[in-house]
Design a protein around this ligand. Structure first.
Ligand SMILES: Nc1ncnc2c1ncn2[C@@H]1O[C@H](COP(=O)(O)OP(=O)(O)O)[C@@H](O)[C@H]1O
Ligand SMILES: [Mg+2]
Length: 302
């Protein structure tokens, strides 16, 4: 396997990586290290993990982080209602009277009454390719949880006091993402390979639009990509991501547009910019200037 094989495999799944991404993924796979992807919203971090799972055939196991996420949500929990049912049934059949309370408790806290969450599932032994563990938006979780993640990612092992130790025979392929609302701790970073994901460059974004918006005209795809690039240069509160470029091109396609003009841009800007302040910023800069840039760049490379 080479970085270029990775690129081919991801492209086949509809994800067009740049060399930096292919190389990071290649290294993460060959060195069996978690890959931490940071970057602005909408640059393709989450999608990369999905494409990776599709490409390797490993199950995608996703852990969406949020404030207050804890072990019961991320690793395992006990299925209380099933434990209770089992207990009642044991009482009803008289089975419980023939058991010591320790034995009964051991039965209730056995593996069959566990609810296995993402992190535990990702280290269970399975046939076939290792799963892709996506730990999404890790910057939303709090410090303690991050410390816990570090532990799991160091030895791919979980101890459940009542049951025993779960250990991955082969580690999962781990992708962590962060939108950088806060810094991920150094200790966790040290454990991972790191890649800062940029917005795609112009040609790659054109290619992504053509791939994701079937039937879009080449000229329109180029103009939209160029216009989005111009918008990203305006120091907006929320610069448009690739998803917005795709949405915009689809919207314009639906309207039957084959090229941009001022009126069209003004009327459809809501598929790209979702904050009033950003709309005001574009108005100040002038929609005409954005369209002009879109035309120049769209033609230049055409
Ligand atoms: N390199 C790429 N190739 C194909 N599609 C992409 C690429 N990067 C982003 N996308 C598209 O952009 C959308 C947003 O990407 P996403 O992974 O959700 O962003 P992030 O997780 O970085 O916020 C995806 O659903 C996908 O359609
Ligand atoms: Mg994401």
């Amino acid at each position: 396997m080479t970085p270029s094989d990775v690129s081919t495999a991801l492209s086949a799944q509809g994800y067009l990586p740049d060399d930096g991404i292919s190389t990071s993924v290649f290294l993460a796979m060959t060195l069996e290290r978690p890959l931490l992807l940071e970057g602005e919203a909408g640059v393709g971090k989450t999608e990369l993990a999905k494409a990776l799972s599709a490409a390797t055939g490993g199950e995608l196991i996703r852990l969406q982080c949020y404030e207050g996420i804890d072990v019961a949500q991320a690793v395992y929990d006990w299925d209380y209602s099933r434990q209770l049912l089992h207990l009642r049934a044991a009482e009803a059949t008289g089975e419980s009277t023939s058991m010591t309370s320790d034995a009964l408790e051991a039965e209730l806290y056995g593996e069959r009454f566990m609810i296995k969450r993402a992190l535990l599932r990702s280290i269970e032994t399975i046939d076939g390719p290792p799963p892709v563990l996506l730990i999404d938006e890790v910057d939303r979780a709090d410090d303690e949880f991050e410390a816990y993640l570090l532990e799991i990612l160091s030895d791919f092992q979980v101890t459940v006091p009542e049951v025993g130790v779960f250990r991955a025979e082969r580690p999962p392929l781990v992708v962590l993402t962060s939108n950088r609302t806060r810094d991920v701790h150094d200790a966790l970073k040290r454990r991972c390979l790191y890649h800062w994901v940029e917005h795609p460059d112009f040609e790659r974004e054109v290619a992504i639009v053509k791939l994701r918006v079937p039937g879009v005209e080449d000229g329109l795809a180029r103009q939209v990509a160029a216009a989005v690039e111009a918008l990203r240069g305006l120091n907006l509160y929320k610069p448009p991501g690739v998803a917005e470029t795709i949405d915009w091109a689809s919207a314009l396609g639906r309207l039957g547009a084959t090229q941009l003009d001022e009126e069209l841009v003004a009327n459809t800007l809501g598929s790209v910019l979702k904050y009033r302040e950003d709309h005001q910023r574009v108005d100040q800069h002038g929609v005409a200037a954005v369209v002009k840039q879109a035309f120049e760049k769209g033609l230049l490379h055409g």
